[in-house]
Design a protein around this ligand. Structure first.
Ligand SMILES: Nc1ncnc2c1ncn2[C@@H]1O[C@H](COP(=O)(O)OP(=O)(O)OP(=O)(O)O)[C@@H](O)[C@H]1O
Length: 455
């Protein structure tokens, strides 16, 4: 797995980029200052560094010189605002590998990183189980997941649009890729976009492209996801986040099979299969008039619902083995398995963050392990004693940590705890939680990213 270091003092940008890159199987670390970046670079080997041009304690230029002094060969990409492009070109002359302008288009960043990180060090886990099919995709042993795979295989060779439902971190994107790879389009692009992460005013351009001058900052013609996915599959994650007018443009693009770039009258033919995913119940959003009914029916030619991990405990064992194997590769460890106590903890926990949470918890446990087996002490308290943790979150008084002495930190902590508490009380239904909190769903998702809440 390739390692990327993001250096930026903007916590929000860091978290969005981190999630996007992690979804594409990069191991990501963040440094918020030049100083901490230097220390991190000295301690670990990275395959690529993504560095903001302006940092609180240094400039991109100075930091680049220091990075070059520590690690000569490591690719460094500078993130900059449009106004700084000339400086970015200067930085390239001084040894930066490339630059990317803000606001960052995630797919552009991804292809830049892929280009620069030539040697993918994707760990190839040892096949410990018959459920591996290719690469790091595994199925599981439960009848429920086998049924999901049966549906995915059945629909894959058709051109039908698919809606994939399921809780966060359950593997909706993995199933979407599985469908693509088993379809006749497998040699064409699979383009994934997280609709929840696209700023509202950029959605039109990100999806459909734009021509130079169509808005401030459109300094050149740019293709959108529809053009990039031509011939292949477009995966629209968290589709419920698209605004009503973009939903309408999307419907037209699917029905009429033509798209136009922002600011351009010319129509382009497109041949795309759409797979959409949502954490929430899209049908109830249709009833609430936040999702277009015509678009819903157009997309809902086939539906696959992935059951939460807690409803199929038979799958936990195989995923635990898989994630231990991945963590061993990444962290250079040789963990063999779990003690009976640790296994009991893992089996009894509710895994509301599903496979993503399980993977993170296992990785942390592998790091913590002193010997060859993961025992109960390798797991954090909220996993070992979830009852206490829940009770703590249910209390009306929100405890502030001693370290949160600064007013800003304290209010962040209160907001974070309130969001967690409300989501739990709303039965993990994010739309309902957003309504209780009196904020829109997009704002809630942004805050979940900001605070790294994985519920
Ligand atoms: N079939 C699978 N085999 C191996 N790992 C998986 C599989 N499905 C999911 N994972 C792991 O779980 C993580 C989350 O999966 P994925 O991003 O597909 O979930 P998601 O449901 O699309 O999440 P979100 O709702 O947050 O977009 C992946 O990064 C991967 O590590």
């Amino acid at each position: 797995m390739s390692k990327v270091l993001i250096i930026d003092d903007d916590n929000f940008i860091c978290e969005i980029l981190k999630k996007h890159l992690q979804n594409h199987k990069y191991d990501v670390q963040i440094a918020y200052t030049g100083k901490s970046a230097e220390q991190t670079i000295k301690k670990s080997n990275f395959d690529l560094i993504l560095c903001d041009f302006r940092l609180p304690d240094t400039s991109g230029l100075e930091l680049l010189q220091k990075i070059r002094a520590i690690k000569q060969e490591i690719p460094v990409v500078i993130m900059t605002a449009y106004a700084d492009v000339r400086m970015a070109v200067k930085l390239m002359k001084m040894g930066a590998s490339d630059y990317i302008t803000k606001p960052i288009q995630q797919e552009e960043l991804l292809s830049l990183i892929k280009k620069l990180v030539k040697k993918e060090k994707q760990p190839k886990p040892q096949p410990t189980h018959s459920t591996y099919i290719n690469g790091d995709f595994i199925i599981g042993d439960s009848e429920k997941i086998k049924h999901v795979i049966k549906l995915a295989r059945r629909v894959a060779p058709t051109n039908m649009s698919v809606i994939i439902g399921g809780e966060t971190g359950i593997g909706k994107e993995y199933i979407a890729r599985f469908i693509h790879e088993n379809s006749l389009r497998k040699d064409k692009p699979f383009v994934a976009i997280d609709c929840g992460a696209i700023p509202k005013d950029l959605a039109n351009s990100v999806l459909f492209g734009h021509v130079k001058g169509s808005f401030t900052g459109a300094i050149s013609d740019k293709d959108g996801m529809f053009q990039k996915a031509h011939g292949g599959t477009l995966f629209l994650d968290e589709i419920g986040n698209l605004s009503y007018d973009i939903q309408l443009k999307l419907l037209r693009a699917i029905q009429e099979r033509v798209v136009s770039r922002l600011g351009d009258d010319k129509l382009f033919q497109n041949d795309i299969r759409i797979i959409a995913a949502s954490n929430d119940n899209l049908l109830s959003e249709v009833h609430n008039n936040t999702f277009r009914e015509d678009l819903y029916h157009r997309l809902n030619e086939f539906k696959i619902e992935i059951p939460p991990l807690r409803e199929r405990p038979e799958d936990i064992d195989v995923f635990v083995k898989h994630f231990i194997s991945m963590a061993n590769n990444e962290l250079n460890r040789e963990v063999k398995g779990l003690t009976p106590d640790a296994k009991k903890i893992i089996m009894e926990y509710s895994w509301y963050g599903n496979l993503r949470e399980l993977k993170n918890v296992i990785k942390r446990a592998v790091l913590m392990a002193d010997g060859e087996m993961l025992d109960q002490f390798c797991f954090p308290e909220e996993i070992t004693y979830p009852q206490n943790y829940d009770r703590q979150n249910r209390t009306e008084t929100i405890e502030i940590k001693a370290s949160d002495s600064k007013l800003k930190n304290a209010s962040y902590e209160i907001e974070k705890q309130l969001i967690i508490k409300t989501i739990r009380e709303a039965g993990f239904n994010k739309s309902k939680a957003a309504r209780i909190l009196n904020i829109d769903r997009k704002t809630l998702y942004n805050k979940l990213k900001l605070y790294d809440i994985k519920l």
